[in-house]
Design a protein. Structure first.
Length: 392
């Protein structure tokens, strides 16, 4: 086994605090005996009713935006909401119209630091299910007209929802089209939307995707093959890469031994800043991995960044985020975080660490805030509310 692979083995280091309590730091892979002290701090509680959920958050140097939903009674009616957080205040920027029997937004993203934005999901109107799309213009928001959010009608496109959005420019976006959408879902057929028209890339099949923003490399889209019920025995996830807006695709396959001989049952495109992209992998038997990909399209190199099993401080992962390596941390900032149900994993120059959480929290929707740390959503298991949390 070469030195690079050897560093994947389980290794811990004991740290004695002033109170004489020993904590164990995870240097590579595995479940340590005890985690580090918590790094997540609650910023505030989102203004949502008890029967609600948060599907996605977004921030890039300005407000933190969240797309959420609420069950409204009498009804039943599900209402979509867009909520912003700035200057220590939450503001409900948009609510779906009352004539929609069901409305849910799955994802939100912006172009050029919040000047233009998109939110997508699904809705039921007159008992017909179809996609839901909103567009944001900061000029309208500045003038106070409906705070900038306007619906884009997609008539004639029914029976499916839009589960993810990745803006290319002010008028073009990548989306995922999902014919089996459920809350928190971010998979489907990849499509490019331009001026009311969709170009669907059926040849890729269902995928999850990430379109990392960086001004230091071409805007390249990465898509990971997705299997609703899990990959077939022996099947390895595919990674599809396009650096020319979908005109051509490079295809890569995850290495067979990337998770130390275990089979990957599902893989998800995660965060990153191209060409460094991270993939979440579910490996069965409560094992989860974070895989780092780097290199040119068609010549990717893959390495195992993290692997752990179910234990007292690790359950599952559902979201990862890494700061832009070209953006130096302002103050103290970790390089990346991975979160899940009662789980927080931190990546920095010293290694990979598990953290204690301040109380029972189901974490999700981790995002990078440049060099200023990370945000995530946490569901408080005691009270059921959704909290916005910050991690340096």
């Amino acid at each position: 086994m070469d030195g690079e692979r050897r560093m994947w083995r389980v290794a811990t280091r004991a740290v004695i605090t002033a109170g004489g309590v020993a904590f164990f730091i995870l240097l590579s892979c595995g479940e340590p005996l005890a985690p580090l002290e918590p790094g997540w701090v609650t910023v505030g509680v989102l203004p949502l009713e008890s029967r609600s959920g948060v599907n996605s958050i977004y921030a890039r140097g300005g407000p933190v935006w969240a797309v959420a939903y609420e069950y409204v009674y009498p009804g039943p009616v599900t209402r979509a909401k867009i909520i912003s957080y700035a200057d220590r205040q939450f503001l409900v920027e948009y609510e779906s119209p009352p004539e929609y029997e069901y409305a849910e937004l799955a994802d939100i993203a912006f172009v050029r630091y919040g000047e233009k934005g998109w939110a997508v999901g699904g809705k039921s109107e007159n008992n017909e299910w179809g996609p839901y799309m909103l567009k944001y213009d900061y000029v309208l928001a500045y003038d106070g007209r409906a705070l900038g959010w306007k619906e884009v009608r997609l008539d004639g496109f029914r029976e499916r929802a839009l589960s993810a959005v990745m803006p290319i420019n002010d008028e073009e976006i990548w989306v995922l089209i999902d014919d089996n959408y459920y809350s928190g879902d971010h998979d489907g057929l990849l499509a490019k939307y331009t001026g009311g028209e969709f170009k669907v890339y059926n040849e890729l099949g269902p995928v999850t995707a990430v379109y990392p923003y960086t001004r230091y490399s071409p805007m390249t889209l990465y898509a990971v093959s997705y299997a609703q019920g899990g990959y077939a025995p022996g099947e390895l996830p595919k990674v599809y890469i396009s650096a020319d807006g979908g005109a051509s695709w490079a295809e890569e396959t995850l290495p067979e031994d990337i998770v130390q001989g275990r089979e990957i049952s599902r893989a998800y495109a995660g965060g990153g800043f191209g060409p460094d992209v991270y993939i979440l992998a579910e490996c069965g038997n409560d094992a989860w991995a974070v895989i780092r990909r780097t290199g040119a399209p068609g010549a990717g190199e893959y390495e195992l960044a993290f692997l752990a099993y179910g234990g007292p401080y690790f359950t599952t992962l559902n979201s990862i985020a890494f700061r832009n390596p070209h953006s130096p941390p302002r103050g103290v900032s970790a390089d990346g975080v991975a979160v899940g149900r009662e789980t927080s994993v931190v990546f920095d120059e010293g290694g990979v660490y598990l953290e204690k959480l301040p109380y029972a929290l189901d974490l999700s929707n981790a995002i990078s805030f440049g060099g200023n740390g990370f945000f995530a959503v946490g569901k408080n298991q005691a009270f059921g509310g959704y909290e916005l949390l910050y991690h340096p």
